[in-house]
Write a protein that binds this ligand. Structure first.
Ligand code: HBI
Ligand code: FE
Length: 292
């Protein structure tokens, strides 16, 4: 297993700092690795216009992410820091929750330095440089979203202390990873997990299978999710301002409420949901996943 990991992620054994950051060693990327980034990038550049939110498309330009090859995080951070003070710091993979939240609370986004192997081009088990830098980083150039993610990091530290991280992780999952935005032109994508996935970029907006429900903080914090396939429900925010405003409140009272309430299945609809589209869950039934 260790060999497989090393083969897949050549940073797996890189020496790391106390804050879990490593040296990206940008010069060590091979032409094949840069080429794989370029192919992933080109595929998303084709599918995202008209589907990704404007803030993402604008930031992709501003950050010059359209330049070929895996970005040098130090250079990218100079451009990003001038806009919102955020920086991108290299890590070998998933890092402990407390380190992760501490970085976010200090406007540092921990991004995987490795790029997925050819055999995992479409499905990826751990956030690699394409998921993190192409999917997550551009929205950090949006001032309101940038403030939201810093607030999320601070909230994460509080949730950890209360032992309610699973509730906050759901907020991250259904917004930062898989969130949709309502716009006058229709629904648009802002979640990084969708932005970095060609199939889900179409599925999340256009397929009849998933539910699409208006953002509701408590509802989201009770809703379970799956990590190995497309989502069965997407939540829709009105604006990043709404997202930020919802996260400024002290979650203490909300967490107390949540302890008393049962979790909600990923495909379920609840009384009180403002349902934009009710999914037929055909995708999940075909996989025997949606419990009726
Ligand atoms: N580490 N590098 C990295 N990236 C993540 O997205 C990440 C992590 N550690 C913890 C974590 N995410 C989640 O547990 C939190 O989002 C809740
Ligand atoms: Fe992610």
């Amino acid at each position: 297993m260790a060999e497989a990991l090393a083969d897949k992620n050549r940073y797996a054994h890189a020496p790391r700092n106390a804050d879990w950051t490593i040296d990206q060693d940008w010069a060590s990327y091979t032409p094949e690795e840069h080429d794989r980034w370029n192919r992933l990038f080109a595929r998303q550049a084709r599918v995202l216009p008209g589907r990704a939110c404007d803030a993402f498309l604008a930031a992709k330009q501003k950050l010059e992410l359209s330049r070929a090859g895996i970005p040098d995080f130090a250079e990218l951070s100079e451009r990003l820091a001038r806009l919102t003070g955020w920086r991108v710091v290299p890590v070998a993979g998933l890092i402990p929750d407390d380190a992760f939240f501490d970085h976010l609370a200090n406007r540092r986004f921990p991004a995987g330095a490795f790029i997925r192997p050819e055999r995992e081009l479409d499905y990826l088990s751990e956030p690699d440089v394409f998921h993190d830098v192409f999917g997550h980083v551009p929205l950090l150039a949006d001032p309101v979203y940038a403030e939201f993610l810093e607030a999320y990091g601070k909230g994460g530290q509080r949730a950890l202390r209360r032992g309610q991280l699973h509730n906050l992780a759901r907020l991250y999952w259904y917004t930062v990873e898989f969130g949709l935005l309502a716009t006058p032109a229709g629904l648009r994508i802002f979640g990084a997990g969708i932005l970095s996935s060609p199939g889900e970029s179409v599925f999340s907006l256009e397929d009849s299978s998933p539910n699409r429900i208006a953002f509701d903080l408590e509802r989201i914090m009770r809703t379970k999710y799956i990590i190995s396939d497309y989502q069965q429900t997407y939540f829709v925010v009105e604006s990043f301002e709404q997202l930020l405003a919802e996260c400024y409140q002290d979650f203490g009272a909300l967490y107390d409420d949540l302890r008393a309430q049962p979790d909600i299945e990923a495909h379920a609809l609840c009384a009180g949901d403002r349902v934009l589209t009710q999914g037929d869950q055909h995708y999940f039934r075909a996989r025997g996943m949606a419990a009726e």
